[in-house]
Write a protein that binds this ligand. Structure first.
Ligand SMILES: [Zn+2]
Ligand SMILES: [Zn+2]
Length: 367
């Protein structure tokens, strides 16, 4: 176990087992980052271990607590419509654990894989570390103490000390020289930095990440059902997407894209996944050297298409094809194309996976 900051330690499963089995004069809280959240993971690892535990609560992505109501008493309801995690996936388990049930353990199920979604767990993990350090001392551990726990502590140092990903990791290495988050985690920590040390679901960086996770899941052969698609903005009573989106904007400023032929709303600004015009292998050099904000209006107008997240009216997507036409759900006019392997925008950028609406087939208005 290595001290990282006052009241903050990093360790491996052996360190955690030692604390849980024998208690500790130092540690009061444990954050377990293992492939399974259950305390039985320790017994499966070493059959001589039997660690007592008493559940405080389980929080699922879909926002249902299993603890008889206390989840709704605080702010633990987690909206699943805008993150990458499947609905009803366990977000975290909170329990009393160890000798005399004196330790508070939070467990998050994360595998040490490059494709694993780390971002969506960061908020709850960092908040737990912060709170635990005020009440006592926290041990953050994974299996080897090298990748997962290091990634979470790196994010924590980034947020609390406003450090870049590189500086935070460098600082952590001074406490524990062999830490080495996997490349997928490092990439996500970079996004965390670029989003200002928070996981902002409306940020284009996060939207592109979500699309990439969905593309990975398609490539693994997983079924893309409607729970993985965004709410249909043309169906006002479905879910809360439209009313929420428009009330968040405050005034009547929500930009909507409508089918040119029948005027049905097919996408909201919130559904658009921006790309940097001209970014991509086949683009010309002069495109890349453009200065200023890549997301500004003049740059966007060069693209003949907009790219959106997959939405529930795109029934062809649910049928499982690699690519296909996107037709208006009301009048069946052809609006664009989708391809899980990507489509090149007129500006030269490759968007992968791509759900493309031709600007000439849609009108822009406000709702
Ligand atoms: Zn473009
Ligand atoms: Zn139409």
């Amino acid at each position: 176990m290595h001290l990282v900051r006052e009241n903050l330690f990093i360790g491996n499963i052996t360190d955690a087992a030692e604390v849980l089995q024998n208690g500790s004069t130092q540690i009061t809280h444990i954050l377990s980052v293992l492939s399974s959240a259950s305390i039985s993971f320790f017994t499966e690892w070493r059959s001589s271990l039997a660690i007592p535990s008493k559940e405080i609560k389980k929080v699922f992505v879909g926002g249902c607590g299993s603890d008889g109501g206390s989840a709704s008493a605080d702010d633990d309801l987690v909206d699943c419509s805008k993150n990458c995690l499947s609905p009803q996936k366990l977000l975290y388990l909170l329990e009393y654990a160890g000798k005399d049930l004196t330790l508070v353990r939070m467990a998050v199920p994360i595998r040490d894989m490059e494709s694993e979604d780390l971002l969506d767990y960061l908020d709850v993990c960092l908040d737990f570390i912060e709170k635990s350090r005020k009440e006592g001392s926290v041990l953050v551990h994974c299996f080897a103490g090298v990748s997962r726990s290091a990634a979470i502590i790196t994010a924590y140092l980034m947020r609390t000390e406003q450090l870049s990903q590189e500086d935070a990791l460098e600082s952590l290495r001074k406490s524990c020289e062999f830490v080495c988050p996997n490349d997928g985690f490092l990439e996500q920590l970079k996004m965390f930095e670029e989003m200002g040390y928070k996981v902002d679901h409306s940020n284009p960086i996060y939207k592109r990440f979500r699309l990439k996770v969905l593309g990975d899941s398609y490539n693994r052969g997983e079924k893309i059902d409607s729970s993985k698609l965004g709410a249909d903005p043309g169906m006002p009573k479905e879910g809360s997407s439209v009313s929420e989106a428009s009330s968040k904007e405050g005034k009547n400023h929500t930009v909507a894209y409508r089918c040119k032929k029948c005027r049905r709303v097919v996408a909201l600004q919130d559904n658009v996944v921006d790309h940097i015009p001209g970014e991509g292998e086949t683009s010309f050099e002069w495109h890349k050297r453009r200065s200023g904000n890549p997301f500004n209006k003049s740059a966007e107008s060069e693209c003949s298409s907009i790219f959106v997240e997959p939405l529930r009216w795109m029934t062809a997507v649910e049928e499982g094809a690699l690519e296909g036409k996107l037709c208006c759900a009301h009048c069946e006019a052809r609006l664009g194309y989708f391809n899980w392997s990507g489509i090149q925008c007129s500006c030269g950028s490759w968007i992968t996976p791509a759900f493309q609406l031709h600007k000439c087939r849609v009108d822009i208005s406000t709702v």
